[in-house]
Design a protein around this ligand. Sequence first.
Ligand SMILES: *Cc1c(COP(=O)(O)O)cnc(C)c1O
Length: 227
Amino acid sequence: MEACRKLEEVLERIEKACQRAGRKKEEVTLLGATKTVPPNVIKRFYECGLKVFGENRVQEFLKKYEDLSGLSIEWHFIGRLQSNKVKYIIDKVKLIHSLDRDSLLEELKKRASRLGIKANVLIEVNVGNEETKGGVKPEDLEAFFEKVLNAKDLEVLGLMCIPPYEEDPEKVRPYFAKMREFKEKLEEKFGVSLPHLSMGMSSDFEVAVEEGATIVRIGTLLFGERG
Ligand SMILES: *Cc1c(COP(=O)(O)O)cnc(C)c1O
């Protein structure tokens, strides 16, 4: 089956990258980035063994969440999140990858507290300092991290980034390395352990794994070109 073969191929490439870096393949979770991918295709990959999927848009996520409610999918939210939409997803996703500003932090705190749940989050870092992208600026990361750490209704599990696009993945490596340094610096400064670095997409996930990624978010390579 085509889906299973593609999944196997990507998992093998992750395993090889782990070997090169002296890591165990169990340390890396493959997340299927399924924006614009229809539910029946998601289901096919699920049946091949892929269980973690991430969506970018709230509306689209809710539709698929409903359509695929019979499956034990672990859903993540990986896109830019508007504060007024937090309430629709907070109790449906295992991890929100894109916390990057005070207004969103406040809304997450409010909604988690009301439901009596802990919301798992990653802080998105604008590692390339790009105007057009979301994410906390590297120079603001420490202060923002402290606020999130002090929010009792949130559990901060690490960092996420979408680095500048480069055709040559080696050119992205320094950004991934920087992310690992940010994580280690925060761990040391605040005396905490951060289990996750969400980084690496279709074009650069092997380099990301070599640099310490624990979640790679892959779309095109698994599901094909998007319309
Ligand atoms: C689309 C998307 C991905 C996957 O990108 P591909 O290059 O298609 O693998 C990963 N992360 C985020 C946040 C995305 O929006």
